[in-house]
Each structure stands twice: as structure tokens, then as C-alpha cells.
Ligand binder design. Structure first.
Ligand code: S3P
Length: 438
């Protein structure tokens, strides 16, 4: 397999305006609900990254006619909740935890059997967090002995709604159970320990499916309803914008406008954390696009200071910590993160991999069981392993803006899972980045 390497020259200033690709979480859900709806769903701004394409291909393999993506436009001819057909073989979810966990909620409701598989990283990730509650609902799923994929899902099992307090703050688990709840007899009620991204809830309502928000963090759905095809305008992904929010904050002289960014309050932890560190981020022209809040973000260089990151913000910035650790490395003083053990089971162990990388660049960064302690300092150049984790690769690319020497990052091909075109956009904004395939 070809490997992709990033070489980045030190220094640079980020300026101009930039539109990052569509939101990954919303793009997945648009394909899933569009496929299960009655009638046509038209999606614009769809993320043409490998993760969302894995979801799209899975539905095609189950008989859904999907046109595109063509410049972000996708047209899905929904087959209704009961209209999927058995795929010819296993469904390959690639690197995508969201595809696997959300799809398992849909597939337990089908009349046919399915197998969900994925790449080396995905088949290491914990799946009992979805298979345990789905089993309580009546599903039959086999995992490996360690509770990971491949998942063998037996169809034709009657499902019953459950009352389920989520043991981990996870939008993937919540969404999986809401989707299974569409197929269950009675009410499926989920209580979150803290709020997580609510795109599934918003989108179900956008497709005309009633939900009950029984309290701030309790959501209930009754099975047996219908979804009606709709139009979805996907905002750009704040998780992709985050690399540039950090980059412009740490590179003196930077002034960057990020356009049409999704600013759903369950996703804006990165803005709040950077502001607590002293960042200069303005939220301009707030508006709604397809039921989701959107704005333009202007970010200018500002000296950052270390902070203790409030634990309540952790789930609201869960994918942005690799980038935030770069901000912490460039800040004056110490930054402490706690309550973030989930980072250890993402596409890589993001606490250990980032600590190792920061140490290699001369920064004192100490991993803890549920977080990290980072002492701001001066970044040197160096060679870093991304462990095939897209967000690690992009975070260290941005770190070069403040490094004293060139940075080389190995294993960057997976950047295409969430941010196709990252290298070009980063160059346009002011980073001296060269890609090489070996
Ligand atoms: C996602 C939820 C989060 C996030 C992932 C996308 C989603 O995962 O890390 O990238 O689309 O629901 P968890 O639910 O595991 O926290």
C-alpha cells in the first residue's frame, strides 16, 4: 500500500478565507436517514471523505439508489425503514467508528443478517458499548472475544424499547440506540451523563420523526413511525476548521476567515476552550442551515496561556483535542486535561500518541490515565508517527507554524477519511506543506 508523508517547513502566517469540507457526523446521518426515508433526499455540502463514502457504499450494497457525490451533491432515493435488502457480502466500514456504531443500530432492525468489518484501527475499537444495549433490546450480535469487530448481526429479531442511562458520554452510542428505537416496539429512552452532539435528534425531526426531549439530557423515541425524504444543506465541519482555528491562533500575524462553519452548541467546545486560553475568535453572521446553526469564524493571532480545561467541555470538543494540545504546547504555562479517557479509544490512543509526538518536538507533555499535562514551550522540528490517525497528522502539520525546524509526518493517507484536500487548503492559507507518496 502506498504511504503518504507530509513535509512542512517551519513558520508561516495564515490569512485569507477558507471553506473546509462538509461535516462528517451530519454527512453520515444524511445518507443513513435519507436511505431509510420515503421519497427523495437531496444533500448539498456532503463530505466526500472515505468515512462517509463507506456509509454511502454500504447503503448502495443494500439496494439504495444513490446519485453522486458530485461536488458535494448527493441524491438518495429512500427505500423506507423496511426497504433495505441483504448485501452480497460483509459491509466494510473502513476507518469509521461512526459508520459502524450507527449502522449496527439500523441493521439489528432488518430481516436479514449482516457482517460489519473495518480496517486495523476500527477492528481494535470497543463495540460492546453498542452491542450490550442492543442485546438488551433483543438484538443478536456476535463480536470477537475482546468485544470488537467484525460484528455478525442476526436479522429478524424482534426489538423492544429500553430505558438506558449511557455509561459513557457518546453520541455514537446514543445515535445507535435512537436508530434501533425506530424499529423497536414501544419507547426507547436514553439518558446522557453529559450532553453530546445532537445531530441525530435534529435530523430525525427534520425527516418528520417525532422525538421527546423529556429533560435536558433525556431523549425518547417510539418505534413504528416513518421518515419523509427532505433537503439537507451540510455545514462545514468545525472539527476540520479546528486545525485552522489553532493554526491562526498560534502563528503571529495570522488573520483567517473560516466560512459557513457548523456551530451547533454541542460542537463548539473548541472555540470555548481556545477563548479561555486567550484566543481571538469572532463568531460572525450566525444563521441556520437545514436545522443546524452555522456562522463564519474570524480568527486572529493571540498569545495563549495554559488552563485547566473544564471537564464539562470535554464531550463538546472530543475530536479537537489533538489540535488543542498543539495550542497548549504553544501557550505560556501549563495546560491540564482530565476526564478525557475516551481519547484513548479513538482512531489511535490520542493521549499517548500526542504525548509521544510532543516529546519528540521538545515539549514536556505527560499522559495521565484520563488526560494529559502539557507545559508550553518552544517546538523543535522532527519526524513524527501519526499512527494512521487523520487528526494526529493534521495537528502536527499545524504545529510547524511555530516549530524551529521542518516537521515530517508519516502515515498521512487517512487524512482523506475526514478532510480530503487538506494539504491544498493548508498551502492556500499559508503553510509550506509538501506531500509525498512512497
Ligand atoms: C461522532 C461522535 C464522537 C466523535 C466521532 C463522531 C458522531 O464519537 O468522536 O468522531 O458522529 O456521533 P463518540 O460518540 O465515540 O464520542
Amino acid at each position: 500500500m502506498t504511504k503518504l508523508i507530509f513535509y512542512i517547513q517551519p513558520g508561516g502566517v495564515l490569512h485569507g478565507h477558507l471553506r473546509v469540507p462538509g461535516d462528517k457526523s451530519i454527512s453520515h446521518r444524511a445518507i443513513m436517514l435519507g436511505s431509510l426515508a420515503e421519497g427523495i433526499t437531496t444533500i448539498t455540502g456532503f463530505l466526500e471523505g472515505e468515512d462517509c463514502l463507506a456509509t454511502l457504499k454500504a447503503f448502495r450494497a443494500m439496494g439504495v439508489h444513490i446519485d453522486g457525490p458530485k461536488q458535494g451533491q448527493v441524491v438518495v432515493q429512500g427505500v423506507g425503514l423496511r426497504g433495505l435488502s441483504a448485501p452480497k457480502g460483509p459491509l466494510d466500514m473502513g476507518n469509521s467508528g461512526t459508520s459502524m456504531r450507527l449502522m449496527s443500530g439500523i441493521l439489528v432492525g432488518q430481516a436479514f443478517d449482516t457482517v460489519l468489518t473495518g480496517d486495523a484501527s476500527l477492528t481494535r475499537r470497543p463495540m460492546r458499548r453498542v452491542t450490550d444495549p442492543l442485546t438488551l433490546m433483543g438484538a443478536r450480535i456476535e463480536t470477537t472475544a475482546t468485544g470488537s469487530a467484525p460484528l455478525h448481526i442476526h436479522g429478524g429479531q424482534p426489538l423492544t424499547g429500553i430505558d438506558y442511562p449511557l455509561p459513557v458520554a457518546s453520541a455514537q452510542v446514543k445515535s445507535c440506540l435512537l436508530l434501533a428505537g425506530l424499529y423497536a416496539e414501544g419507547v426507547t429512552r436514553i439518558k446522557e451523563p453529559v450532553s453530546t452532539r445532537d445531530h441525530t435528534e435534529r435530523m430525525l425531526e427534520g425527516f418528520g420523526y417525532p422525538l421527546r426531549r423529556e429533560s435536558e439530557r433525556t431523549i425518547a423515541v417510539t418505534g413504528g413511525g416513518r421518515l419523509q425524504g427532505t433537503v439537507i444543506d451540510v455545514p462545514t465541519d468545525i472539527s476540520s476548521a479546528a486545525f485552522f482555528l489553532v493554526g491562526a491562533s498560534i502563528a503571529p500575524g495570522s488573520d483567517l476567515l473560516l466560512e459557513h462553519v457548523g456551530v451547533n452548541p454541542t460542537r463548539t467546545g473548541v472555540i470555548n476552550i481556545l477563548r479561555l486560553m486567550g484566543a481571538n475568535i469572532e463568531v460572525l453572521n450566525p444563521r441556520l442551515a437545514g436545522g443546524e446553526p452555522v456562522a463564519d469564524l474570524r480568527v486572529r493571532y493571540a498569545p495563549l496561556r495554559g488552563i485547566c480545561i473544564p471537564e464539562a467541555l470535554v464531550p463538546l470538543a472530543i475530536d479537537e483535542f489533538p489540535a488543542l494540545f498543539i495550542a497548549a504546547a504553544c501557550a505560556e504555562g501549563v495546560t491540564v486535561l482530565t476526564g478525557a479517557e475516551e481519547l484513548r479509544v479513538k482512531e489511535s490512543d490520542r493521549i499517548q500518541v500526542m504525548a509521544d509526538g510532543l516529546n519528540a518536538l521538545g515539549i514536556a507533555a505527560g499522559p495521565t490515565s484520563d488526560g494529559i499535562v502539557i507545559q508550553g514551550g518552544t517546538l523543535s522540528g522532527g519526524t513524527l508517527a501519526s499512527h494512521g490517525d487523520h487528526r494526529i497528522a493534521m495537528s502536527f502539520a499545524i504545529a510547524a507554524l511555530r516549530a524551529s525546524g521542518p516537521i515530517t509526518i508519516q502515515d498521512c493517507a487517512n487524512v482523506n477519511t475526514s478532510f480530503p484536500g487538506f494539504a491544498t487548503r493548508a498551502r492556500d492559507a499559508g503553510l509550506t506543506l509538501v506531500e509525498q507518496s512512497i
